[in-house]
Design a protein around this ligand. Sequence first.
Ligand code: G1P
Length: 292
Amino acid sequence: MTTPVRKAVILAGGLGTRMLPASAAAPKEMLPVLDKPLLEYAVEEAIEAGIEQIILVLSPGKESIREYFEGNSRVARTLVERGDDRAAIALRGSHLASFSFTEQREPRGIADAVATTRAIVGDEPFALMFPDDLIFASPSATAQLATRQAETGGSVVAVQPVAPELVENYGIADTAPGRDWRISGIIEKPSASEAPSNYAVVGRYILAPSIFEHIERLTPGRGGEYQITDAIAAQISAGEPVHALPFEGDRFDTGRPGGYLEAFVAAALRRPELESSVAAIRTMLRMSDHAS
Ligand code: G1P
C-alpha cells in the first residue's frame, strides 16, 4: 500500500525579480489575486488534496508571510484587541492548516530550498508547490497528482505541453502518452534542439522521500543553482518510478505581469458577485477592439 500524501512544501523564498518594483515592496507570494494573497490559493489547493501540514520555505525579508499564517499580523492583532468581527477574516489564512516554516538563507536553487524541509517531511512522499503557478482546477492539480501517485508510487510531476520556443523556460520531461507517461529523463531549461519533448514541468510535484538523498549528492546545475529537476533525474537514473501527469486545469504564471493579469481575470470569472466588473472589462475590451 502506498503512503498517503499528508505534507506539502510550498516555496516562498524567491526574489521575484520579474515582478519588480512590486516584489521589492512586498513578498511576491503575498501579492493579491483579487482579495486573497497568491500563497493562500496554493494553501487551499493543498488542503483540498487532503494535505494536513504545510511547510513554507521562506528567505530573509519574508517575515510577513510567517506573521500572516501564524495569525500574528499587526492588522489581525489590532482587530482582535478591538473585538472587531473582521478579525475572523484577517485570521482566516492561519486557520487553514498546520504550518511550519524553514528558511533558505541564500538563493541557491529549488533543490537547496527543499533540502531545508527534510527533518519536517521525514520519510514519506510529499507535495512540492510553487505558488507563482496559480492553477484553477477541480479536483485541484495537487489532488490529481496525489491520486496518480497512489497508483504509480514514486514521484509524479505535473506537465503541460508548451510551444517549442518556450521549452527553454521550463524543466522538460522525456515522456509520452504511449509509455503510460513514465518519464525516462528530465532536463532543466533545454534549448529547443536539446528538448526531449514539449512537455513542460509546472510547479506541482509529488516527490518520493528519496529525493533528499539525491539532493545531497547534487552539484550545481543550470544557472549555477541546485536544481530539483536534476534530483528527479537522479531518481530516474536509480530506476525509481517517475511519471508525468498532464493535469486538467487552467494554469497562470503569476510571476510575470501578463500572467498575473490573466490570473486576475480568470479569478474574477469564478466569482459571481463580480459580474458587473467583469461586464465592464468586456465593454472596455470591445471598445479597444473597435478603436484599433
Ligand atoms: C522552475 C523549475 C522548472 C519548472 C518551473 C515551473 O523554474 O526549475 O523546472 O518548469 O519552475 O514553473 P523557474 O520558473 O523557477 O525558473
